[in-house]
Design a protein around this ligand. Structure first.
Ligand SMILES: *Cc1c(COP(=O)(O)O)cnc(C)c1O
Length: 455
């Protein structure tokens, strides 16, 4: 009985033939077909060839959707961690093309013909931009924090292992990533001070003891508190740290190097230069948030500390590769040349509402006659990605009510288009925020919506 059924199970090659051409690597397809067949055998089934093929096709579709690919971001969240955060400047993309495929002087000194320092230029450029004595770069800001905390808590100065931090700053940064956990994983003992909403200078002063390795201030870059709130300024904390003969580091997270007011955003983001001027020994921030570059953790501040961090064994494990350094170098140069208009993440925040509205009118007129209702609405875009939590940037939305499907089904259908178009659902409508959709993507959006109506 069993063997008779088994004979009906088609061979791998027959299924592969029936699948025809496929854009995914063949070993993946063969593996999926094998797995499907062994499932069928294990369950003692003998389905028709077409059913097996349809099943394998579904699995291939899922696999294809998991490949890294461009998406159209209609969420209005400018720095979206799920969508890859900052948009690289075209200069940075060119640098990737230039450095990636060939050899470079990554660690070679062209003057002496000997081994050189990795990142020498970018470090000097970042130091200049942050008005710091020195700077360096690691993989991301979380890595920068780990490196800094490990250094200050293990350098064996009088058994100093404690990190003093306000209870209002023990925050969660992203998917399951908490400051307290990073600090503990770095081997530090946390000494929490103050209350969630209020921490005074006196709280910090009382917590500082001979065991204190570091006072850490974490910028509330992804949420805000209002009302009965107090925390001392960077100036005050740094004066205290000096008096108590301990170090003071500030994690700035979002890393705005230009005043956010100049972007038309009311909320002021402390810049690295300001915080260093206030007396912090070191600051760290992300390369791919408001800085607008590749994923990186930028550290700037006192030269002796930067030098010491670079000597840590852990530094080697956290160092950036040539692609990251190439893109970062191009981005830092744009900042130094005050060409922040060439940094797309910042440009997107400044698109005028009138321009967005004109595009919305043009798009909706090209969608006439489809089975859907379309309204041009007002949106409120966000900087996102753990930056400027209070800043709502006025925006323009396309609000769609499909005639033949729910908003959820319509959203799923747009996600399945090529490239995927991603919006959000509010008030029972499917919405696309035009601020985060590039003008050159308008045609793609129109095609995707037409496609979703006919699917
Ligand atoms: C985003 C953020 C981090 C983490 O930065 P990554 O570059 O993603 O590692 C750390 N601290 C703060 C305050 C942040 O906002």
């Amino acid at each position: 009985m069993k063997s008779a059924e088994r004979r009906q199970i088609p061979a791998v090659s027959r299924i592969l033939d029936a699948l025809g051409q496929c854009d995914l690597p063949r070993p993946f397809i063969v593996e999926l077909v094998r797995r499907k067949l062994s499932e069928i055998r294990a369950n003692n089934q003998a389905p028709k060839l077409e059913l097996i093929v349809a099943d394998v096709r579904r699995s291939l579709d899922e696999l294809r959707a998991s490949r890294l690919q461009p998406v159209v971001n209609g969420t209005g969240i400018v720095i979206h961690t799920n969508f890859g955060r900052a948009l690289l400047a075209s200069e940075a993309a060119c640098a990737l093309n230039e450095i990636g495929p060939g050899y470079s002087n990554l660690e070679y000194d062209l003057a002496t013909g000997e081994r050189g320092r990795r990142g020498a230029y970018v470090e000097a450029a970042i130091a200049l931009l942050c008005q710091a004595e020195a700077a360096t770069v690691v993989n991301n800001c979380a890595a920068a924090l780990v490196l800094i905390v490990r250094y200050f808590t293990t350098r064996n100065i009088e058994d100093r292992t404690e990190v003093v931090i306000s209870r209002g700053e023990l925050v969660q940064i992203g998917g399951g990533f908490r400051i307290s956990e990073i600090l503990q994983a770095s081997g530090a003992t946390l000494r929490e001070v103050g209350a969630t909403n209020k921490t005074t200078l006196e709280d910090y002063a009382r917590a500082c003891r001979p065991e204190t390795a570091l006072i850490l201030k974490v910028h509330r870059s992804n949420f805000s508190m209002s009302g009965f709130v107090e925390s001392p300024s960077s100036n005050e904390i740094s004066a205290l740290a000096k008096k108590k003969r301990t170090s003071f580091v500030e994690d700035l997270g979002s890393g705005a190097v230009i005043p956010t007011e100049s972007l038309g955003i009311a909320e002021h983001e402390p810049t690295p230069a300001e915080v260093l001027k206030a007396g912090a020994d070191l600051v760290c921030f992300s390369g791919d948030k408001l800085f607008g570059g590749p994923q990186a953790g930028i550290i700037a501040g006192k030269k002796r500390f930067v030098t010491a961090l670079k000597r840590e064994p852990l530094f080697r494990a956290l160092r950036c590769d040539k692609l990251c350094l190439a893109a970062l170098q191009a981005t830092v140069d744009l900042h130094l040349n005050q060409k922040s208009g060439g940094i797309p993440t910042l440009a997107v925040l400044q698109f005028s509402e009138e321009a967005l509205r004109a595009r919305a009118v043009a798009i909706s007129s090209r969608l006439q006659g489809l089975p859907l209702e379309i309204v041009i609405g007002r949106g409120s875009a966000k900087a996102g990605g753990g930056t400027l939590p209070k800043a709502n940037v006025p925006s323009v939305t396309l609000e769609i009510v499909p005639a033949n499907s729910s908003a959820g089904e319509f959203a799923a259908s747009l996600r399945a288009s090529n490239p995927p178009v991603i919006g959000y659902i509010a008030d029972g409508r499917f919405k696309l925020d035009l601020r985060t959709i590039f003008p050159k993507q308008d045609d793609l959006v129109i095609q995707a919506i037409r496609g979703a109506c006919t699917r």
